[in-house]
Ligand binder design. Structure first.
Ligand code: ADP
Length: 513
């Protein structure tokens, strides 16, 4: 049983109890950090899986943080572009108002907004997305500023300069309008460019997130399946091995199939093997003591049952020997008849014992019709039933109930039950009801009486050998009947209601044609 490496025998079984397998210490490198030499235990596998999940989760979290901060910056950028856009649009609005109504306040507001647009552009110049467009932006803005100022300066009536001709003034205004248009175009273009950049970034981050999610699903799925395989596989192996042992195949559970992949399972199997051996030893010890107890009980019973008649015989014989001439003839006859009765009683006990041992011999079985067997037994006991004033109520099937068995032994069971019923009902007599029929694939026989019934404490012992409540009983009838029915693969049961009666019922497998 078992090999040298994995055997659970040896010192452990001879010691006081099973020795639990020692856990191998976790390996440490010289820096003191734990490392896993191999994934050969469930613990290491779980730690490895958790670490993988942890690393993947951390990567996903870092990527998510990076993406959000990046997108936040892009949103700020869009807001800055929006700011520039707004300032330019405001400048142009005042510029248009001025050109329409010629109100100087509008011109001054336009100049103010232009300053604000310039500082907004200044802030954007260091942004990477804007780097290549910034110089053009500065040129557009500054050209526009120059033209706006030129228009403004024509409003200031300066003595040293000749007044502008209407054509020249119109030209200045046209050039200003044109440059304003250029500036607006430029601002709209860079705004669209920035939005496009953010959209592209968002799309890229979405892709990255999808890739991370897909890899998390794949890695998580693979890890979960592997964990299930790593854990469920060996457990299923152990379950099947234990089921095999429970079916009666008493061998050690081999450790090799799980020793490489699951050290905990190997340890568990070793412990189970040890446990089975300890239990087996205990079981054998129990059987041994039960056998000894049974032999003791039977021996005591036989001694008691045979000693009683022998004592009576020897006492009566001694009296006869000592005083034979003085004993009246009738008394002598009575004493000799006593000796014969006691000898009969001893013979009865011996006969029952012989029946016991005979019933264990494999006997030639034949088809037996239970209905017919009961009728034959009834006619055998006709006289006893009549003397005992017993009325028999027959509720037997009209059809044969065929089982396989030894008819003599089965008849002996019926006789025991019938006679017990008659004796229980005493001199007043009563009624015996007999049922015999097929029932759920079995042949069922029930014999009930209207006697005093059996109390709970006596009911527990009636099938024990030598248990009797009668003065002249042997206590072997029911125990013998029980073993006969068991040998016929059947069941013998008893139900009783004290004060109302007792029913014995047995079932035997039906003979399949
Ligand atoms: P015995 O008849 O020699 O006593 P049995 O084994 O046949 O031995 O019966 C054991 C005991 O079971 C009887 O002594 C009796 O107390 C009880 N018993 C059996 N059958 C009946 C019954 N029909 N009614 C009441 N008690 C019964």
């Amino acid at each position: 049983m078992g090999d040298d490496n994995n055997s659970v025998y040896g010192s452990s079984t001879s010691s006081t109890g099973p020795v639990m397998p020692r856990q191998k210490p976790a390996s440490r490198n010289r820096h003191g950090f734990l490392y896993f030499r191999s994934l050969n235990s469930i613990r290491n596998k779980i730690i490895f899986s958790l670490l993988s999940v942890y690393v993947l989760g951390s990567l996903a979290a870092v990527a998510a943080l990076y993406s959000t901060s990046h997108i936040e910056r892009k949103i700020d950028l869009i807001e800055s572009f929006y700011e520039l856009n707004q300032k330019v649009l405001e400048t142009r609005r005042y510029e248009k108002n001025y050109l329409l109504y010629g109100n100087d306040v509008d011109l001054l507001s336009a100049l103010d907004y232009l300053d604000e647009a310039r500082s907004a552009l200044d802030e954007l110049r260091h942004e990477k997305v804007f780097a290549h467009a910034s110089s053009r932006g500065v040129i557009e803005l500054e050209t526009y500023a120059t033209r706006l100022k030129r228009v403004y300066s024509t409003r200031l009536k300066r003595i040293d300069q000749p007044p502008l001709s209407p054509e020249e003034s119109a030209r200045y205004r046209d050039e200003l309008r044109e440059q304003g248009h250029e500036l607006t175009q430029f601002v709209l273009e860079v705004d669209a460019l920035a939005r496009k950049g953010v959209e592209e970034d968002t799309r890229r981050y979405r892709h990255v997130a999808l890739v991370i999610l897909a890899s998390a699903l794949v890695v998580g799925g693979v890890l979960s399946l592997s964990l299930i395989r790593w854990i469920i596989g060996p457990l299923e192996y152990i379950r099947q091995a234990v089921a095999q042992i429970m079916r009666g195949e008493l061998t050690d559970i081999p450790v090799e199939p799980v020793s490489k992949g699951c050290v905990e399972c190997a340890d568990l199997i070793r412990s189970l093997n040890m446990l089975f051996h300890v239990l087996e030893d205990k079981h054998n010890q129990l059987i041994q003591s039960a056998k000894l107890a049974a032999v003791g009980k039977v021996t005591a019973g036989i001694a008691h049952e045979i000693n009683n008649p022998l004592n009576n015989i020897s006492l009566t014989a001694e009296v006869l020997l000592e005083d034979l001439p003085n004993i009246e003839n009738d008394d002598r006859m009575e004493m000799v008849s006593d000796i014969v009765t006691q000898a009969d009683r001893a013979r009865e006990v011996v006969r029952h014992l012989l029946d016991f041992s005979r019933s264990r011999k494999p006997s030639a079985w034949e088809k037996v019709d239970l209905v017919e067997l009961i009728r034959t037994t009834q006619s055998l006991l006709r006289n006893q039933l009549r003397i005992g004033r017993v009325n028999v109520r027959d509720e037997m099937s009209k059809y044969p109930v065929i089982v396989m068995g030894n008819p003599n032994q089965l008849q002996q069971v019926l006789v025991n039950i019938f006679l017990n019923a008659c004796q229980a009902m005493g001199e007043e007599g009563g009624e015996i009801k007999i049922i015999a029929r097929e029932d759920h694939g079995t042949g069922l026989v029930e014999i009930s009486d209207t006697g005093p019934g059996i109390s709970e404490d006596i009911r527990r012992n009636v099938f024990d050998p030598f248990f009797t409540t009668k003065n002249t009983g042997t206590g072997l009838g029911l125990s013998l009947s029980y073993s006969i029915i068991k040998e016929h693969n059947g069941e013998l049961m008893l139900s009783s209601e004290p004060g109302k009666g007792t029913a014995f019922r047995f079932t035997l497998p039906l003979h399949s044609v």
